[in-house]
Ligand binder design. Structure first.
Ligand code: AGP
Length: 612
């Protein structure tokens, strides 16, 4: 996620903006910039890399009377990581400058219209379109900045938290919000507005939260909140008694629980603009140019590590069942030491949230040497794997701070479902089936929120089970990789021994371990293998093992067998992993907290394993 800040007051804006950007660094970014405006001139500075580099460039502007300004840390979504793509973005006249957090979904069509209207663009970003729309509205209508922003916002579709400044009027900032957070800090004759509370708290704890669909005009005389249709909104400021680190985690105790709570939005952001339910198609712009090869696919080789590997395992079931494509999923660290067989029309897919995992990168190079098409599913824009693959799909879920992958996992699974539709519809998948999967997929974030609303139930289970030192995680078919992911998560963050197993395998040896001190978590939704899973639970119970089951809402049977049950909503079998994983992520988190572990930075682990 990008970070945005605006300042208007009596102090020099540059040091305030730089300091504020530093408090937003935790959000992850790849470049930063600012625009400051004084009575007679303005300055824009940008830098790729750390805020410290921008600070060095700013050092020459000590006392210059720039008392108004905007600044931005960029987490690239559209366009490479370059200075030209760094915010602020400007109009043709270089008077209007804006910083933006969010995604403008219809920017391509707007950009084409503006270019036809002789607007000149310098960046590849979606954001720059907004600056030109504002310029056009001011020029065509001879209107003020705030009214031009209103008109511009009525033309765009997408999400934004944005701040605009006009060099011809240094005593004004206009900001607007739609889905991307925006908070106003109210100081003594000074105002600071930002994408979260961290940069504000150094100034003031009196804040006003801007809501979706609202615009705020800020001048040295005060501020006014209104709707896009210019109806005034009166909102009482509130006192935010937080310190900076709390602000970064919002009200959450750890980044991991914050990121679990973001899982529905992670799926929304990964799906945004990529499903055409009417046609039953997935729209994956990042695969442009590769679609012919993909249409001829004979086999998909997936290589990844850890949680990313398990997202690939879920995708294996999806693609084989619904796209009729044979899939081979490997630990990337194994691919490079085996002699993988890549045939003509085979395709290689690397899944990596960081895009820097050494083993995954090495396996990618193996595939490139064999000249097969290489694709990536990556979160970090501009990362090595995203640059080295022939085509790819960005996850768009913003930075994941906690070492444990949670929101990036559900994003990867959702993208595997998109890929299943995308490939399936080039094979034998009917439009009806494409429509069915797409419409169910769009309902998933809401169902995930319903699961999250029951988090306290999991917290209670965690208290009961947190003293155990061994767990089985059992699943079958689509939920076998989920069993593996649940086991990995609790190992990682709670240092508890846990084995993920295919439920049909228990009787071939592992069941010898079962006793009352070795509980099993069984993922048992009412799916095509439900009866088989029930008999697996009976096998465990017959040997005195405790069972904590994840079951489908309304299932009256399972409670007669399991010791504890957590219910998830019904959905398509191929999409249950997006729901069944949530209680397991929560369980790992609450057990880790109960055991006093360093949840966000578990011992021995790194967020991105860039060594082999
Ligand atoms: C998962 O919780 C771990 N953080 C780890 O297994 C991770 O998934 C793995 O290292 C792969 O990382 P990547 O997605 O950045 O390639």
């Amino acid at each position: 996620m990008c970070g945005i800040i605006g300042y208007l007051g009596k102090e020099e804006a540059i040091p305030i903006l730089i300091d504020g950007l530093k408090t937003l660094e935790y959000r992850g970014y790849d470049s930063a910039g600012f625009a400051v405006v004084g009575k007679s001139n303005f300055v824009i500075e940008k830098s790729v890399g750390k805020v410290a580099l921008l600070e060095e460039k700013a050092a020459k502007f000590k006392k210059n009377g720039f008392n108004t300004g905007i600044a931005h840390t960029r987490w690239a979504t559209h366009g490479k990581v370059t200075e030209l793509n760094t915010h602020p973005h400007s109009d043709c006249s270089n008077n209007i400058h804006i910083v933006h957090n969010g995604i403008i979904e219809n920017y391509k069509e707007l950009k084409e219209k503006l270019i036809k209207d002789n607007h000149k663009f310098v960046s590849e970003t979606d954001t720059e379109v907004v600056a030109h729309l504002i310029e056009k509205a001011m020029k065509d209508g001879g209107i003020q900045l705030e009214d031009a922003v209103r008109l511009a916002l009525k033309e765009i579709r997408g999400t934004y938290g944005l701040i605009a400044v006009d060099t011809r009027n240094p005593d004004k900032l206009i900001a607007a919000r739609n889905f991307s957070p925006l908070i106003l800090g109210i100081g003594k004759n000074e105002f600071i507005i930002a994408s979260d509370a961290a940069p504000i708290l150094k100034f003031t704890k009196d804040v006003v939260y801007i809501q979706d669909g609202e615009i705020i005009e800020i001048t040295s005389g005060g501020y006014r909140i209104s709707t896009i249709d210019n109806d005034t909104i009166n909102r009482t400021p509130q006192y935010l008694d937080w310190d900076t680190s709390t602000a970064q985690k919002d009200t959450f105790s750890h980044f991991m629980i914050k990121e679990i709570s973001e899982e529905p939005d992670a799926v929304r952001n990964s799906l945004r603009g990529r499903l055409s339910v009417e046609d039953g198609e997935a729209v994956l712009g990042g695969l442009k140019g590769a679609e012919k090869n993909i249409g001829r696919i004979k086999r998909l080789h997936i290589a990844a590590c850890g949680t990313a590997y398990l997202a690939g395992k879920v995708g294996e079931y999806m693609l084989e069942e619904y796209a009729g494509v044979p899939v081979k999923v490997d630990f990337a660290s194994e691919v490079r030491y085996r002699k993988p067989i890549f045939n003509e029309n085979d395709i290689f897919l690397a899944i990596s949230q960081s895009g820097e995992t050494a083993d995954t990168l090495a396996s990618l190079y193996e595939a490139k040497e064999k000249n097969i098409l290489t694709l990536g599913i990556v979160n970090v824009v501009g990362s090595t794997i995203s640059r080295e693959t022939d085509a790819g799909i960005y996850q768009h879920v913003g930075p994941e701070i906690s070492v444990a992958s949670t929101k990036t996992f559900v994003s990867q699974v959702a993208i595997m479902a998109l890929l299943t539709i995308y490939i399936g519809r080039k094979k034998d998948m009917s439009m009806v089936m494409g429509r069915r999967i797409s419409s169910e997929l769009l309902k998933i974030p809401e169902l995930m929120e319903k699961v999250l609303s029951q988090a306290q139930i999991i917290k209670k289970f965690a208290k009961v089970y947190s003293s155990y030192d061994n767990f089985f995680y059992i699943g079958r078919k689509y939920n076998y990789p989920i069993a593996l992911e649940g086991a990995l998560k609790i190992k990682e963050v709670a240092y508890v021994h846990a084995e993920g197993y295919a439920s049909g395998e228990l009787k071939h040896g592992p069941i010898a371990l079962i006793d009352k001190g070795f509980p099993s978590i069984v993922i048992a939704p009412q799916d095509s293998v439900y009866e088989k899973t029930l008999s697996g639970i009976e096998e465990i119970k017959a040997r005195g093992g405790k069972v904590f089951a994840i079951a489908t809402e309304g299932d009256g049977e399972i409670a007669k067998l399991a010791d504890s049950v957590f219910y998830i909503p019904k959905t398509l079998e191929m999409l249950t992993p997006l729901l069944s994983i949530i209680p397991l992520h929560l369980f790992a988190y609450y057990v880790a907290v109960a055991r006093g572990c360093d949840v966000d930075k578990p011992r021995n682990l790194a967020k991105s394993v860039t060594v082999e």
